[in-house]
Each structure stands twice: as C-alpha cells, then as structure tokens.
Design a protein around this ligand. Sequence first.
Ligand code: TPP
Length: 235
Amino acid sequence: MHIADVGLGIFGANGIVGAGAPIACGAAHKFKAAGENRVAVSFFGDGAINQGVVHEAMNLAAIWKLPVIFICENNQYAISTPLREVTILEPHVRARAYGMPGVAVDGMDVEAVYHAAITAVERARSGNGPTFIECLTYRYFGHYTGERHMKMTYRTQEELESWKLKDPIKSWTARIVESGLCSLKDIQAIDAEIETEIQRGVDFARSGPLPVSAEALDCMYAVPYPNTPAWGIES
Ligand SMILES: Cc1ncc(C[n+]2csc(CCOP(=O)(O)OP(=O)(O)O)c2C)c(N)n1
C-alpha cells in the first residue's frame, strides 16, 4: 500500500481512503504552473467515492482545469460493503456535476481502458482539465488476507466465478497470441521467469534471520527517536 518512488513519478499510495486525490491535484497544479507537459493520475476504489476529500479534489481540478485523471477502480465492494447499498448512482455519473467528463469503461477490457486513458491524457495535456474514469472490475480475493479464514457472506461463490470468466489476463493472452504480437511459448517463458523471481524472494526471506524485536521501531522516524518506548515489545 505504501510503496512510493517519486523518481518514477509514483507519489505513493495512502492508507487514508481517497486521500490520494488532492495529492494528485497538487502534483497537477505544479505541472501546470511549471508549464510541464505531465499529467497526474489518481487511482482509488469504489470505497472512496463518498469521501468528501475526493469531491473537493474533483471540484478544484475542474475549476482550475488541472491536468489530472481520477480513476475509480470499481470492484463493487469496499471491503465487504456493496457499492449498490451505499451509493445511489454509478460513480462516473457524479463527475458531470463537477463539469468534467465521467466515462464508464469495462475494467476487464484492456483496450477499452487504454482508449479511455489516452483520451483523458490528451484532454489534460491540451489544457482542458480533468476526466473521471470508472473501470468496472472485480477482486477475486478478500480486501485483506484474513478474509480467507473468515466466513464472509457479502458475495456468492457464483458471482465470483462469473467474474473470473472475464479475466483480462486470460482473454488478452489469447488475443495477443492470435494477433502474432507474442507467441504462447514466449508468454509461458515470461510467466516462468516471474515465478522463479518470486520463489527466489520467498526463499531469501525464509532463509534469513528472524527480526530482532528491539529493532521494531527502527526506521519509523526520519530522525531516530531514541526514547520511543517499544510498545509492549520485549526484546
Ligand atoms: C478515511 C478512511 N476511512 C476508512 C478507512 C478504513 N478502510 C480501509 S480500506 C476501506 C475500504 C476501501 O474500499 P475500496 O477502495 O473499494 O477497496 P477494496 O475493498 O476494493 O479493496 C476502508 C473503509 C480508511 N482507511 N480511511
């Protein structure tokens, strides 16, 4: 969640739902002020769509015509809360209230998402301001790993299986092979390479020494805070 690499243009995810939207506006404001041809993109889930800060950000982006794109990955559940129970309209409809295009795309269709994104980027780059893109999708696993040990009944197994049939990785593998862009053998080789890399990481972690509890608070502060009590942690 908290991975960031400013050098690569990644400002970092945020533990506060929806809080990335105003940060993206800040970045976009800087791009505009400095005359840079860059576009800021804010990704959030359907769980963020009723957060006030997202609406403040959308209003600001529209009024200042900021080069920013709001992408709502609508997988239809915020942890276990179905969007349909807490939101009266589809998220993209709201964008129009802020005077920006609200586009709905099949989030399982790579090409559709690509075209919507390109249109939004061009609009932002030509000084016409923000776009809101809603990608309808699904998550096959729980919001958090603990969910697999709990009996959660917020969705049915049938629903989950029906979405797996639309899996873009599977359908796009077939399309890419058909188009001659890449052979199935090449794709399988890439998969195998990734599996090996992951296994190498797992083996490295498992064969390493266990962490020392006295170091639990190390790297928590920019300036080390020597008197921080190790909350209930015994060394
Ligand atoms: C402001 C705020 N309120 C509540 C939470 C607790 N919380 C963490 S994730 C989440 C739901 C997020 O929903 P969504 O973005 O749709 O993620 P998904 O369930 O699809 O993984 C909530 C309410 C939080 N992190 N921040």
